[in-house]
Design a protein around this ligand. Structure first.
Ligand code: ZN
Length: 153
């Protein structure tokens, strides 16, 4: 288990240092902003949606390693997925981070499982879920920025 933790740690550090899909998406059809005032994390998500499928996604922002790595891994995980699949993935991700009795299905979670350890640090859960809440707002085309202090993140 400690080897796994170390591997997870490295993945988070790698995605923080070299975030994937870290750019403005000129072809974006929707976008949303998110803010986690407790930590100071800020993220902007850009989406291109065709026929209920996310055909492209990118993000910009600044914040702690967990928030940045989470946004980076999220963009990798959901590119090409349908909106239903994304919603299901978010539900599983949220459960993994908040339900202490949950045992994440590593096959289903893929690299997102790296955040399973965040559950032991409740203050960081919002860092890891910020990009997902912002993604949801982008899908819904929300006009007001997301803040983690206004929902059950
Ligand atoms: Zn943070």
């Amino acid at each position: 288990m400690s080897d796994l933790r170390e591997l997870y740690q490295q993945l988070i550090l790698d995605h923080n240092k070299n975030p994937r899909n870290f750019q403005v998406l000129d072809s974006a059809t929707r976008s949303a902003q998110g803010h986690n005032p407790l930590c100071g994390d800020k993220v902007q998500i850009y989406l291109q949606i065709d026929n209920d499928r996310i055909t492209d996604i990118s993000f910009q922002g600044s914040g702690c390693a967990i928030s940045k790595a989470s946004a980076s891994l999220m963009t990798d995980a959901i590119k090409g997925k349908t909106l239903n699949e994304v919603e299901e993935q978010f539900r599983k991700f949220h459960t993994m981070l908040t339900d202490p009795t949950n045992t994440p299905d590593l096959d289903q979670m893929g690299k997102l499982a790296v955040f399973s350890g965040v559950r032991d640090y409740p203050a960081r859960v919002k860092c890891a879920t910020l990009s997902w809440h912002t993604l949801k707002a982008a899908i819904e085309n929300a006009q007001t920025p997301v803040t983690t202090e206004r929902d059950d993140a």
